[in-house]
Ligand binder design. Structure first.
Ligand SMILES: [Zn+2]
Ligand SMILES: [Zn+2]
Length: 276
């Protein structure tokens, strides 16, 4: 069984726990190491049971806790070569770093992780597809537009976590300086609710049953606005079977990827052998 749980989302820190085939990994470590360990412990997960941390890119809200968590709990980091260089991860400060080449799947225990390049103003940012026993989760935050590569990589995913960062009107009318607004709105910034909804309406794969809207801007978005936009896009396409959740700094509960396994069959009554 593959399942995941967002431990934190947004500019205050992004981390998702993914579990399957007896293996646990984190995607991003944007929370301070102690905070991260506490959030894991609160859900009954020991920090040293994490097999690897996959870092999507070097921005602080995704990598802040990575070196400290790696060193403290003896967990190796993984991500692109560009992320390693840009994050300035000194070899002495981390347990180790495994380069993940985009498009080349890597096995970590019972999980397979594949990196997918995304357009964002970072060194070589990646989205991830995590697969276990034929079920897969697509995980993508921080990108300015959705390219064919990501659409194709996510097409078979049973669950998708995707950012829905801002409402364009709230951003335009909001307090950010013009240069920052331009950065967010640009092709290498973030996805708007409308961008995400367009993706859901046009390109979400048929297998997908769970969508999590993540990395919402506190200044320039509102959970209800993002949710309404995504749900109405899916309704227009007749995809009412897709469950949509919005996550924020407090994260989510466990979310299962794909159908829950059927309950074990009741044991049959032993046949009585007739001897006479
Ligand atoms: Zn971010
Ligand atoms: Zn970023």
């Amino acid at each position: 069984m593959l399942r995941f749980r967002v431990l934190g989302s947004g500019s205050s820190g992004n981390t998702t726990l993914v579990e399957g085939g007896g293996t646990r990994i984190l995607i991003d470590a944007g929370l301070a190491p102690r905070e991260l360990a506490e959030r894991l412990s609160a859900i009954g997960v020991e920090a040293d049971s994490i097999s690897a941390v996959f870092v999507s890119h070097e921005h602080n809200d995704h990598s802040r806790g990575a070196p400290g968590f790696s060193k403290r709990w003896g967990v190796r980091l993984s991500g692109s070569r560009g992320t390693y260089a840009a994050a300035g991860l000194g070899a002495a400060e981390i347990e180790g770093y495994d380069v993940l080449e985009a498009g080349v799947p890597r096995q970590v225990g019972g999980l397979t992780v594949e990196g997918v390049p995304v357009p964002h103003d970072a060194a070589a940012p990646l989205a991830f597809v995590v697969t276990c026993d034929g079920r897969s989760l697509g995980h993508a935050t921080d990108f300015g537009h959705i390219g064919r590569g990501l659409v194709n990589a996510f097409r078979r995913c049973d669950a998708v976590l995707v950012e829905s960062n801002y409402d364009p009107d709230m951003l335009r009318d909001g307090p950010y300086p013009w240069s920052l607004k331009q950065r967010i709105l640009g092709g290498y910034g973030h996805l708007s609710n409308a961008d995400t909804s367009r993706y859901l309406a046009r390109d979400l794969g048929e297998a997908c049953r769970v969508v999590v809207l993540a990395h919402l801007s506190r200044q320039n978005n509102h959970p209800e606005v993002a949710l309404m936009s995504a749900e109405s896009a899916l309704r227009r396409r007749g995809r009412t079977e897709v469950r949509v959740e919005v996550t924020g700094p407090e994260g989510t509960d466990w979310l299962e990827v794909g159908d829950a396994p059927p309950p074990p069959a009741a044991p049959k009554a032993p046949k009585q052998l007739r001897l006479f």
